[in-house]
Design a binder for this molecule. Sequence first.
Ligand code: ACM
Length: 522
Amino acid sequence: MKQSSIFTAALSSLALLIMTACSTTPTDMTKANIIPKPVSVTATGETFSLTRNSDIFVPEGSVDIISTGQFLADKLNPSTGLDLQVIADGTKPGKGDILLTLSEGDAELGEEGYELEVTGKLLKITANKPAGLFYGVQTVRQLLPAGVETTTLQEGLWEIPTGTIRDYPDYSYRGMMRDVARHFFSADDIKIFIDQMAAYKMNVLHLHLSDDQGWRIEITSWPNLAIHGGSTQVGGGEGGYYTREQYADMVKYAAERYITIIPEIDMPGHTNAALASYPELNISRKASELYTGIKVGFSTLDTKSEVTYKFVDDVFRELTELTPGPYLHIGGDESHSTKLEDYIPFVNRVQEIVAAHGKMVIGWDEIALATLKPNSVVQYWAKAENAIKGVQQGAKVLMSPSKYAYIDMKYDSTSVYGLNWAGYIEVDHGYNWDPATLVPEIKRENIIGIEAPLWAETVSNRTEAEYLLFPRLLGYAEIGWTPTALRSWDEYRVRLASHGARLEAMGISFYRSARVEWDQQE
Ligand code: ACM
């Protein structure tokens, strides 16, 4: 054979080998590349197959569980063509079916855990609460080949290894933040992101709805906030805002995926968009100009004016109407133009306003300089000493250390988007930390969970945002869900590699870090 034909022959036998490897019937559940890593997996060495006869059985009359069953059917049907139906008429499942069922009595599983038991005959998910069934369904997606994530019909055997997974989260708050103020992202973009978070069992989406560059939520009692304050963005584009209806629809869409939306109105700094919309909020009583740059620390509400507190009360009253969740985020960061003697009483009073609306406060770590209410939450991003002050006041801490969890930081010096003021965050660096030991004075029992914020100075559309979000989001999902003792980078990177094909099938534009050997495992 000529050299080139030897090469071709070698290539085609390699391709055959890869195809054979890919189509091997999966029998070892412990080898499944699930992210976040489950608490326990016991394999029984056989295979369960979804076929044309398979359906999804749910209890009669449970709207939430029917909806989760339908979520699974809607995910699997386009790619598998199996036409799975959700059956809620009290009939029993047969061979090859999926069963979602509630059990009240499994204390270890808690509010969000699930047990997934797969035999050759049946795939059964059991949980105490519907949320657990929803998370069990996310695991089922990952037990199937990556092609299941596409929306077009795929050739393939839809097989799952048998065994039992018992799984529940370490932290109850597993969040992401999207800054829709520096650049506006449409409600449709955010819904796509909500689905991406849900696939990895995250449960809080914090929306940074206002900043110097834009105000992004309609407030009926102060209409100019959105109309004028929402009319531009970084770089001078047209900006935008969510109407109340659009926002309510996002909240509902998220809730159907067990995600709570927390709205943030940043104050007393980061308020130029509001100050440009209403002269009476300014110390000078003159409206400021709209701002499209990326400097921080130059704006402040007039903390001594009663009009300001009327504004805060109206905004949080309207946001409370749109917020079923327990928290309102008051910002509080980088108020460099507010004197500390004005900042402290302002934060104290805003906490009272939020409490009067029946909600609890989250604020960036600077709010710990004020007198915190016992149920206020300090979001640690910059200064450990602030977060420690919060703990000393009895507050809980949300961990978003900028050096590890700021998803707007570049991966390295060659990253196309992102900033680097908190350092570079390669995929391993973003994964390799433990919220419960990062700051010795902040203990596990002080921490409600973790959140990775995506600030949007440098990203203006979904593709650009996804480059920074993925694959790092998967690591933050695992830090929030999986006990630290079960996590290691060397093992995680192998699982992460197999998610390359999955992310691609989901249509996500992700950063192919050289520290991961992508797609060797699918
Ligand atoms: C922040 O990054 N200014 C909270």
